[in-house]
Design a protein around this ligand. Structure first.
Ligand SMILES: NC(=O)c1ccc[n+]([C@@H]2O[C@H](COP(=O)([O-])OP(=O)(O)OC[C@H]3O[C@@H](n4cnc5c(N)ncnc54)[C@H](O)[C@@H]3O)[C@@H](O)[C@H]2O)c1
Length: 379
């Protein structure tokens, strides 16, 4: 297909965080254009956002149901829907899109609850349409390098993983003072039962499994509500069992005052280890038992094929969050194009999909159960 794929965005209205990032990232490689949207629950604000994005005013809809209905009947209708709303809408919007024969790129977490995720898994399987999940960090070239390094076996059997995702922005009760992003995230009805464990813990969990190739098999988690009056957890410490022989720790906190977006992964094998920091994403440290430490730089010609395949710029020209998002969009666009050409099973293994979505929701459910029991639970 030579034309650009047309995207319809749900969410991303005035003042939203991630919706506009999806637009920037999706359009970066020139393969996708924003054509339509239901940007807000208010029709007026949806139209205002559509005007801001410069789309045809007739395609800035008052509701996502109206968008699916109208777009699925247009000859030049949207090819896929992006879900960038609060979590409680992820399932109904995905169901509406897939039911109308439209592919889905959803932001994480896949749904608000684990039961919903199982339902969504069945809907995706039945529809047979591409479904992608934007675990953004999977799009960084050095995360791909780290993943390939683990898969190569050069680090030796993996024995230990330490992952932490620390933010400080919920250190005070900002949900009570008009912070839009905090308001829905601290409301169980709109967010789901997992607070920080869902909002950022799922990213840490996904990154761990994505890079190591190991599956979490057991978890012992402590969840806390540090800020008085908060209805969901804002801090989590968890012990992990990975595969049959590895163990790890996962820390996720949104009350780590002073931290901005400190996502750090360390993986230890028998022969060496790796360390990646999201706030310094263009460097990957690899330490060897029997050799000196290496710092691998994004864009270096010596990197593996997986990292180079998602590199846009020569070394020393930093790529970041939007480019990582755009990598996932490039892979998703290729999957949608392949699906339109009649191919099945089009999602590449590098792009998170419904399986990752269900595992992420299971992680939240298991962490909450472990906290309730005060003990280990099987995954
Ligand atoms: N991948 C990432 O790194 C990342 C980062 C931030 C947020 N997220 C996820 O993205 C989603 C949105 O988060 P956010 O921080 O942008 O929230 P936000 O509050 O900034 O934006 C949510 C948007 O959804 C709109 N909305 C609400 N109800 C709607 C409806 N019925 N129809 C259409 N639009 C509606 C709101 O008007 C708003 O524009 C969440 O699921 C969050 O977990 C992912």
């Amino acid at each position: 297909m030579s034309r650009k794929l047309r995207m319809g965005l749900v969410g991303g209205g005035p003042g939203a965080f991630i919706g506009p990032v999806h637009k920037m990232a999706a359009e970066l490689d020139g393969k996708i254009e924003l054509a339509a949207g239901a940007f807000s629950q208010s029709a007026e604000r949806s139209r205002a956002a559509g005007a801001g994005f410069g789309i045809d005013p007739a395609r800035a809809y008052g509701s996502y149901a109206e968008m699916m209905e109208t777009e699925s009947r247009r000859e030049d209708g949207i090819d896929f829907v992006v879900i960038a709303t609060p979590n409680h809408l992820h399932l109904p919007v995905a169901e509406a899109a897939l039911g109308a024969g439209i592919a889905v790129m959803s932001d994480k977490p896949a749904t608000a609850t684990y039961d919903e995720a199982l339902k969504l898994e069945a809907v995706v399987a039945k529809a047979g349409l591409p479904y992608g999940l934007t675990h953004t960090y999977a799009g960084y070239s050095l995360v791909r390098e780290a993943r390939a390094l683990c898969a190569s076996g050069k680090l030796g059997p993996i024995r230990k993983v330490a992952v932490e995702y620390l933010q400080g922005w919920l250190s005070r009760p900002v949900e009570a003072t008009g912070n839009k992003q905090a308001a829905w995230r601290s409301d169980p009805a709109l967010n789901g039962p997992g607070g920080s464990i869902g909002d950022i813990g799922t990213h840490a969990f996904h990154l761990t499994e994505y890079v190591t190739g190991l599956k979490v098999t057991g978890i012992n988690a402590t969840l806390r509500r540090v800020v008085p009056g908060r209805r969901l957890d804002d801090d989590c410490d968890a012990l992990l069992r990975l595969g049959s022989d590895a163990s790890g720790t996962l820390m996720a906190s949104q009350v780590a005052a002073g931290e901005r977006n400190r996502l750090v992964l360390r993986v230890y094998g028998e022969n060496g280890s790796l360390e990646w920091h999201q706030e310094d994403p263009n460097s990957l440290s690899v330490k060897w038992m029997d050799g000196p430490e290496e710092i691998r730089h994004a864009g270096g010609g010596y990197l593996g094929a997986d990292a180079l395949a998602v590199t846009r710029l020569p070394g020393g020209h930093p790529e970041g969050y939007i480019e990582a998002f755009a990598v996932l969009y490039r892979e998703f666009a290729e999957a949608v194009t392949a699906w339109k050409a009649g191919k099945a099973d089009v999602l590449p293994a590098t792009l998170p999909g419904i399986e990752a979505g269900v595992r992420g929701m299971r992680f939240i459910e298991r962490a909450i159960e472990s906290n309730r029991l005060g003990s280990w639970v099987e995954f």
